[in-house]
Write a protein that binds this ligand. Structure first.
Ligand SMILES: O=P(O)(O)OC[C@H]1O[C@H](O)[C@H](O)[C@@H](O)[C@@H]1O
Length: 549
């Protein structure tokens, strides 16, 4: 039986377009059309999206938009905004948009057991967060000894770490209100040096865990709790530990006071949670105004996504360009290249967003999908990436598209550094798209005085095939409002692709098996008793024990 998406007319059209010999031709399209940049770039919510260095043309774009219509992408995104149960396996809404909308936005969530006023719930908690942040900044909330807080330590992993850590680093140009540290890994090599560098009397601890059961976070929380208690006494837990969670009961059992607990509902997915209580570290470290502007920027992108016509809609266009690459052209990976050092953790955040959301092999009905879904995402800031993996993007055997993120204005005074940075970002995009033929390359070598035989010998090695796609995303400046818009752009891009492919972007069953097996392996590491393990795991446990594990 044919899959409903592949049975549509636009799918057939796109499959035919993708099979044309010139389906991947970028250089020719770029050189033939002087208006290509103007025709294939769009603005929305303060960002510029440039698709001119892909092989998309009017015909392909039209077919992709028709496919989105056939898959009812816009309706599905609207259903998400209406708070309907779009996460069908867990029977939950996905209402992260409510976290960043004004109080009167009127978001409501289907709980499976009636509807609740999501906007009211969000704003009640946001008000408490704001008050708490003010108390900390103004020195009214203090540690157990009466000392004001100097540091905030966020203990969380996955969505309870990547978002707040990435945003806090990205907004480093703002004055630091508190010194912020993030520990995610259960590896003691992460936590031990951080604790050694902090003063327990002046450290506010955030235990960030939606479920409050994640083993790594709870193990680290127990260590930090003992660290506080042994330095300051039992009273330090109430004074200095804050919980960010949707599991109020587990939080209470851990001993955190209700007034130090900031909650959210299960209609906020972990990887979409930085906009609410999980983002408290951002507000504590960079100020409430910054956090509020971040939310406003994301909300502006939400409005754009919900109201802009399809052909002008940035998240939808980005989703369609990525789908053309991943699904129709079979490019199994893409690179995220932020040309701003402050966005160094953006690729890590994007990896969870993209790969945990859309790394799925069955559709919402449980049927296998007969086409590629989410590609592998990897990345590093430019220009560093140029000196490590860009070689493969320019000359490797596979085509790997890149998203090149550019910030027009810096927040430092080193103007020449910034111009060099921008020149490299633009040059990478040009080199990927245009390449350099063997003949052009050989000509350049001859012109430089190289002898003809040597030029011929080197020319295949120095040939750049070109026709390698990149997508430009430009922020006027990296500030809370533009960062909010950028992150929401990617969130909606991911949701739009899931809607198009017919998969569920909001569950993550694939992470469960490893957790279950780890629970069975832990006792064997303690006792050396490996009888219940598979032979390979058992053999490795015995080898580790012999080595002193
Ligand atoms: O916030 P928590 O409940 O501790 O979850 C932390 C993370 O771990 C889980 O295994 C999921 O894969 C992630 O989606 C989640 O963000």
């Amino acid at each position: 039986m044919q899959h409903p998406l592949t049975a549509t007319e636009p799918w057939a059209r796109l499959a035919a377009l993708a099979a044309r010999p010139d389906a991947g031709a970028i250089r020719r399209r770029l050189l033939e059309d002087p208006n290509r940049f103007a025709r294939l770039s769009r603005t929305g919510a303060g960002l510029l999206l440039d698709l001119s260095r892909t092989a998309l043309d009017d015909t392909t774009l039209e077919a992709l938009l028709a496919l989105a219509e056939a898959a009812r992408v816009t309706e599905k995104l609207a259903a998400m905004a209406r708070g309907e149960i779009v996460n069908t396996t867990e029977r939950r809404a996905a209402l992260h948009m409510a976290l960043r909308a004004p109080r009167d936005a009127g978001f409501r969530a289907d709980t499976g057991n009636g509807w609740e006023d999501a906007s009211a719930i969000v704003h009640a908690e946001l008000g408490r967060m704001r008050q708490f942040v003010a108390e900390v900044h103004e020195g009214r909330a203090r540690g157990a000894t009466g000392a004001p807080f100097a540091s905030v330590l966020n203990l969380g992993i996955g969505g309870s770490d990547l978002g707040p850590a990435m945003v806090t680093e990205a907004l480093a140009a703002l004055p630091a209100r508190l010194d912020a540290r993030f520990v995610s890994n259960v590896d003691g090599h992460a936590l031990a040096p951080v604790l050694a560098s902090l003063d327990p009397a002046r450290t506010l601890v955030l235990v960030a865990s939606k479920t409050f059961t994640t083993q790594e976070t709870m193990a680290n929380a127990k260590v930090v709790r003992s660290w506080l208690v042994s330095a300051l006494g039992e009273g330090a837990v109430a004074a200095q530990v804050v919980a960010l969670s949707s599991n109020a009961r587990a939080v209470a059992e851990f001993g955190v006071l209700p007034e130090r607990t900031f909650g959210f509902r299960d209609w906020v997915g972990g990887r979409f949670s930085l906009w609410g209580p999980i983002g408290l570290a951002i507000a504590l470290a960079r100020g409430w105004e910054a956090f509020a502007s971040l939310l406003a920027g994301a909300h502006a992108m939400d409005r754009h996504m919900l109201t802009a016509p399809a052909a002008e809609n940035l998240p939808l266009l980005l989703a369609l360009a990525h789908t053309w690459h991943a699904t129709f052209r079979g490019h199994a990976a893409y690179a995220c290249l932020p040309y701003d050092q402050r966005l160094a953790r953006l690729p890590a955040w994007l990896q969870q967003l993209e790969m945990e959301s859309n790394g799925k092999r069955v559709d919402v009905t449980g049927q296998p999908v007969p086409f590629p879904t989410a590609p592998v995402v990897f990345g590093e800031p430019g220009t560093n990436a140029q000196h490590s993996f860009m070689q493969l993007l320019h000359q490797g055997t596979q085509v790997i598209p890149a998203d090149i993120i550019i910030v027009a204005r810096p927040d430092h005074a080193l103007a020449e550094n910034h111009r060099i940075l921008l020149a490299h970002a633009l040059a990478q995009a040009a080199a990927l798209a245009l390449g350099r033929s063997a003949a052009e390359q050989e000509g350049a070598m001859l012109a430089s005085g190289m002898d003809a035989a040597e030029a011929r010998r080197l020319s295949p090695h120095r040939h750049f095939p070109g026709d390698r796609p990149s997508i430009g995303i430009v922020l006027p400046r990296l500030e809370p409002v533009s960062l909010g818009a950028l992150l929401a752009l990617y969130e909606h891009k991911v949701a739009a692709q899931a809607a198009l492919w017919g998969i569920n972007a909001f569950d993550q069953w694939g992470v469960e098996l490893g957790k279950t097996l780890a629970a069975g392996t832990l006792p064997a590491l303690k006792t050396g008793e490996t009888g219940a393990l598979d032979p390979a795991t058992g053999g490795l446990v015995r080898a580790l024990c012999r080595m002193g594990a």
